[in-house]
Design a protein around this ligand. Sequence first.
Ligand SMILES: Nc1nc2c(ncn2[C@@H]2O[C@H](COP(=O)(O)OP(=O)(O)OP(=O)(O)O)[C@@H](O)[C@H]2O)c(=O)[nH]1
Ligand SMILES: [Mg+2]
Length: 172
Amino acid sequence: MIQKKICLLGASSVGKTSLVKQFVEGIFSEKYLTTIGVKVDKKSLVVDDEEINFMLWDIEGSDRYNVFEERYLRGAAGYIIVVDQTRASSLIEGLDIHTLAKQVTSCPAVLAINKSDLPSTWHLSAIEQDAYQKLFDLQFTTSAKTGEHVDDMFLALAALLLKDKKNDITAE
Ligand SMILES: Nc1nc2c(ncn2[C@@H]2O[C@H](COP(=O)(O)OP(=O)(O)OP(=O)(O)O)[C@@H](O)[C@H]2O)c(=O)[nH]1
Ligand SMILES: [Mg+2]
């Protein structure tokens, strides 16, 4: 079985823990309990008859005052930058983290624009959409509350990692 470490990164309260909870347990809570340090969860999924075991590293939010710790990315196969569509500053913080992460890893990166069940306070322009498509390997609009696109996002990332693995084999 293939094991892959996936990190969830972003500003605080964007919904990293809630996305993991929705994906792993299928539950959502309105209660906000901030993550201290890191919490690791596991979930295995099957893509194209192959089983892949995700180790989900739910990392504490990093806003400007508490710096993102790159060491959490060690050994990661992919990471998800979570931003909150009700808080524009979370996009700026997410992009800052993405820039720092890119300096220590070249693994695939996903942008999750979360809280899609709430009215959005900011939108990406067509130009920004284009730019982000180049910056990230995958992009999803998610809701940890309704579950919208949550499974889709993790499955797409799993498929991407398996595809990369197959490419590695054919390249050998
Ligand atoms: N409506 C709605 N609320 C959400 C969603 N995702 C998270 N929340 C709420 O937002 C708050 C913060 O969620 P968390 O999942 O704890 O956020 P986090 O990114 O893990 O926060 P830190 O651990 O502090 O970095 C909680 O009150 C959640 O219930 C969502 O998709 N929709
Ligand atoms: Mg959390």
